[in-house]
Design a protein around this ligand. Structure first.
Ligand code: PLP
Length: 373
C-alpha cells in the first residue's frame, strides 16, 4: 500500500481523540513495583458488587454455553416495575456507554448536529464524531459560578437549531460533579424543538441527596423527545460487567434497538443487574458511605487549602492551583490513583472518586505530601 490505511477512515474517526481510561491498579503496581495501591480514578463503588449480585453471577456462570436472552426479558420486567414504565421504553446496553453510542448511531448522520457542554463526559464527543455529525460545544459556567464549570443550559439552548438531533446533559455531570436543578432542566427540555432529542445521563443519580434534583425519568410520559440513561457501573458496583440502559418513548427505543447488536448484554451481566436491583441493603450502605466520604473529602480539602467543586456524585473535582500531572504522579508513587482531566481541557484539576473511610484518609495524606513544596 502506498497510502497510509488510516486515511481510509472517515474524517470524523481520524480526528477522534481516543478515550483515556483511569489507570488500572495492576498497571501501576507493575510499572512502579509497588503493592497495596488504591484506585480512586473511575468512580467505581469501593465495595464492588453486593452479595446478591455475586451469588447471581455464580449461578449464571453455568448458563454461559448458551447465548444470552437478547431481549433481556427479566431485567426489563424489573426495570419497568422500578420506573413505572412499559418494557418497550427500555433499551439495554453493554454499559450505558453502549447505549449512548447506539443513540448516536440511530439518530445522527453527517448532516445533523449534536450539542453538549464543555467539560462533560468524554464519551459524547466520541459517539457524535464517529457518525460524521457536527458537535456544537457550549461554553460551561465560569469558575466563579455557583456550579463552576458546570452546564450552562441557556448557552446550550442557543446552539440548538433545526439540524440538532441530540443534546447530551449529564446530571450530575462528570468530571465536574456539578448539577442542574429540576426547574432549569425541565424548562430546557420543554424549550427545545420536538425534533431534538434530549439525552439526560443519570449515571450517578442514586448518590444524589440534594433537594430540587430532578429524576428526569419521571418526565418521560410528557416529553417524547426525552431519553434518560442509567448504569449499573456506579452505585451497583458492576462496572466490570458492563450493563446500562436507556428509558425513552417506545418509538425511540425501537430505533435504538435496530442498531443494537442482538446479544449486546451478556448472560452474567443480565443476572447480576437483576439481583443488584433487589439489594436495597447494598445500595443503602454504598450511598451512606459515599455521603460520609463526601464530608470527609470536603473537610480534608479545606484543611489543605485545596479548592474543590460542589458535587452530587461519588467523586469530587479539585483545583490544584498548579499543573495537575505532577501532583498525580506524586500520588501514584504513593500508590494512590486519581484522575487527571487535562484531556477535558482542565490541566490544573484532578477528579477524585470517594472511597471507603480508610481509602479517603490515605488519598488525603498522599495529596498533602504531593502538594508539599
Ligand atoms: C461512568 C459514567 C457512565 C457509565 O458508563 P457505563 O458505560 O455504564 O459504565 C455514563 N455516563 C457518565 C456521565 C459517567 O460518568
Amino acid at each position: 500500500m502506498t497510502i497510509d490505511p488510516a486515511k481510509l477512515a472517515p474524517e470524523g474517526v481520524r480526528t477522534l481523540a481516543p478515550y483515556i481510561p483511569g489507570k488500572p491498579l495492576e498497571e501501576l503496581e507493575r510499572e512502579y513495583g509497588i503493592r497495596d495501591s488504591i484506585k480512586l480514578a473511575s468512580n467505581e463503588n469501593p465495595f464492588g458488587p453486593g452479595q446478591r449480585a455475586l451469588e447471581a453471577i455464580a449461578r449464571a456462570a453455568r448458563e454461559i454455553g448458551l447465548y444470552p436472552d437478547g431481549s433481556g426479558y427479566k431485567l426489563k420486567q424489573a426495570l419497568a416495575k422500578k420506573h413505572g414504565c412499559n418494557t418497550h421504553c427500555i433499551t439495554l446496553g453493554n454499559g450505558s456507554n453502549d447505549v449512548l453510542v447506539l443513540i448516536a448511531e440511530a439518530f445522527l448522520s453527517p448532516q445533523s448536529e449534536a450539542v453538549y457542554s464543555q467539560y462533560t463526559f468524554a464519551v459524547y464527543p466520541i459517539a457524535v464524531q464517529a457518525t460524521g455529525a457536527t458537535a456544537r460545544i457550549a461554553p460551561a459556567n465560569p469558575a466563579g459560578h455557583a456550579m463552576p464549570l458546570g452546564h450552562d443550559l441557556a448557552a446550550m439552548a442557543k446552539l440548538v437549531n433545526e439540524r440538532t438531533r441530540l443534546v447530551f446533559v449529564a446530571n450530575p455531570n462528570n468530571p465536574t460533579g456539578t448539577w442542574v436543578s429540576g426547574d432549569a432542566l425541565r424548562s430546557f427540555i420543554a424549550g427545545v424543538p420536538e425534533q431534538t432529542l434530549v439525552v439526560v445521563d443519570e449515571a450517578y443519580i442514586e448518590y444524589v441527596s440534594t433537594s430540587d434534583f430532578p429524576d428526569a425519568s419521571r418526565w418521560l410520559a410528557e416529553f417524547s423527545n426525552l431519553i434518560v440513561t442509567r448504569t449499573f457501573s456506579k452505585v451497583y458496583g458492576l462496572a466490570g460487567l458492563r450493563v446500562g440502559y436507556a428509558l425513552s418513548h417506545p418509538s425511540v427505543a425501537d430505533m435504538i434497538n435496530r442498531v443494537r447488536q442482538p446479544f449486546n448484554v451478556n448472560t452474567i451481566a443480565l443476572a447480576a443487574a437483576l439481583a443488584a436491583l433487589d439489594d436495597a441493603e447494598h445500595l443503602k450502605r454504598s450511598v451512606e458511605t459515599n455521603r460520609a466520604g463526601m464530608a470527609q473529602l470536603q473537610a480534608g480539602f479545606d484543611a489543605l487549602g485545596v479548592r474543590h467543586l460542589p458535587s452530587a456524585g461519588n467523586f469530587v473535582m479539585i483545583d490544584c492551583g498548579r499543573p495537575a500531572p505532577a501532583v498525580y504522579e506524586a500520588m501514584l508513587r504513593q500508590g494512590v490513583i486519581v484522575r487527571p482531566v487535562g484531556n477535558y481541557g482542565l490541566p490544573n484539576h484532578l477528579r477524585i472518586t470517594i472511597g471507603t473511610r480508610e481509602q479517603n484518609e490515605r488519598m488525603l495524606a498522599a495529596l498533602k505530601k504531593a502538594l508539599l513544596p
